[in-house]
Design a protein around this ligand. Structure first.
Ligand code: GRF
Length: 308
C-alpha cells in the first residue's frame, strides 16, 4: 500500500511518512477542535448537531492539515492536495499544471495541445536527470521534437523534480507491470510516443516495447562499450572500473537498445582522456560534459533521419 501511495504522489519514503503524520495529526486535531466548538453551542446531540459538526469538520480539516504541513515541510504537497480536493467537489478551479501530472495507470491522454507533426519523445530516467535536463533544454523551442513524457522507476528521483519544474508529464512505473504486465506499451501508444531515449534508466526494456519501437530506443552509457558495460555497470561503478583497469581513455557510447544490457548497435562513441590524478568523481564530471554535449544532438539527428 505504501509503495502504491509513493507512486501515486511521486514521493520518497521519508516524505510519505511526513505526509501520513500530517494527515494523522490534522485529522485528530480537527476532531478535537470541532468537538470543543460544538460543546460551546447550546445544542442537543441530534441531527442538527451532527450536521453542524460535519460542516465544521469540512471547514477546519483543510486549514488544520495546511498549518501542520508547514511544520513538517509539506506545505507544497498539501496546498496542492487540498486544492485538488476542492476542485473535485467544485469549490475551487482545477489547477492547470496538476491536470498534466499523471499517476501510474492514469490513462488520460497527454496530447491535447500538441502539434501532430512533432516527434514525441519519452525520456526514461531514474537518477538526477542532468541528461534529461539537457535534452529538454535542447528541444525547448524545437518544432521537430516534443518531450512528451518522463518515465521513472524511482519515486523521489531528481528527474521527477525536473519534470515538474518543466511541466512535462511524468509516469512512475511499477516493476511488476513493466516486466510481467503490459509493459506500459498501451500507455506509450495512447500517448503517441514515437521515440524513447534512456538517460540513466537501469532496467532492461521488455520485449514488447523493443518490438514496438525498432531502432527507436537509444541509451547512453558512460564508457566505451563493449568494455565496462552490463548489469551493475552504472554510475561510479563504471568509472571506478575504468580507473582500476588503468585505462588511458574513456568516453561515452550512444547505442540502440536491445534485450541485453548495454549491447545494441553503437551509434556514436566519443572519447576523452583518463588523467593520472583522476578519481571516479573527476572522471564522471568529464564524462557527463561529453554526454550533455552529444546526446541531445544525436537524438535530433536520429529523429531527422526518421522523419525524412
Ligand atoms: C549518465 O552517466 C548516463 O550515461 C547513464 O546514467 C547517467 C545518468 O546521469 N546511463 P543523469 O541522471 O542524466 O545525470
Amino acid at each position: 500500500m505504501f509503495q502504491k501511495l509513493q507512486e501515486k504522489w511521486k514521493v520518497g519514503g521519508l516524505q510519505l511518512a511526513l505526509i501520513i503524520l500530517t494527515f494523522a495529526i490534522g485529522g485528530s486535531g480537527t476532531g478535537y477542535v470541532g468537538k470543543k466548538i460544538m460543546n460551546g453551542l447550546p445544542l442537543h446531540q441530534d441531527w442538527l448537531w451532527t450536521l453542524i459538526y460535519i460542516m465544521l469538520v469540512i471547514i477546519i480539516w483543510p486549514v488544520a492539515v495546511i498549518i501542520i504541513s508547514i511544520f513538517f515541510g509539506q506545505y507544497k504537497f498539501f496546498s496542492g492536495y487540498v486544492r485538488k480536493l476542492g476542485a473535485k467537489v467544485g469549490v475551487v478551479r482545477q489547477p492547470e499544471a496538476d491536470s498534466k501530472q499523471l499517476a501510474v495507470g492514469n490513462r488520460q491522454s497527454l496530447t491535447t495541445n500538441d502539434s501532430r507533426l512533432m516527434t514525441r519523445l519519452a525520456i526514461f530516467a531514474s537518477g538526477a536527470g542532468s541528461n534529461a535536463q539537457k535534452i529538454i533544454d535542447h528541444f525547448r523551442n524545437s518544432s521537430l521534437v516534443k518531450i512528451a513524457l518522463i518515465v521513472c522507476n524511482k519515486p523521489g528521483a531528481g528527474v521527477l523534480q525536473i519534470a515538474e519544474k518543466e511541466n512535462i508529464p511524468s509516469l512512475i512505473i511499477d516493476k511488476e507491470r513493466f516486466f510481467r504486465g503490459d509493459g506500459y506499451l498501451p500507455f506509450l501508444k495512447e500517448n503517441k510516443i514515437d521515440f524513447i531515449a534512456l538517460a540513466g534508466f537501469l532496467w532492461k526494456i521488455p520485449g514488447p516495447i523493443l518490438k514496438a519501437y525498432p531502432k527507436r530506443i537509444i541509451n547512453i552509457h558512460p564508457a566505451l562499450l563493449p568494455k565496462f558495460g552490463g548489469k551493475g555497470m552504472y554510475g561510479q561503478f563504471v568509472h571506478a572500473a575504468v580507473l582500476s583497469e588503468k585505462e588511458k581513455e574513456s568516453g561515452i557510447t550512444i547505442h540502440y537498445v536491445d534485450e541485453h544490457y548495454d549491447n545494441g548497435d553503437i551509434i556514436l562513441q566519443v572519447k576523452c582522456p583518463v588523467l593520472e590524478n583522476d578519481d571516479a568523481e573527476t572522471l564522471a564530471h568529464r564524462i557527463h560534459a561529453l554526454e550533455h554535449a552529444n546526446y541531445p544532438v544525436v537524438i535530433e539527428e536520429l529523429v531527422r533521419q526518421l522523419v525524412k
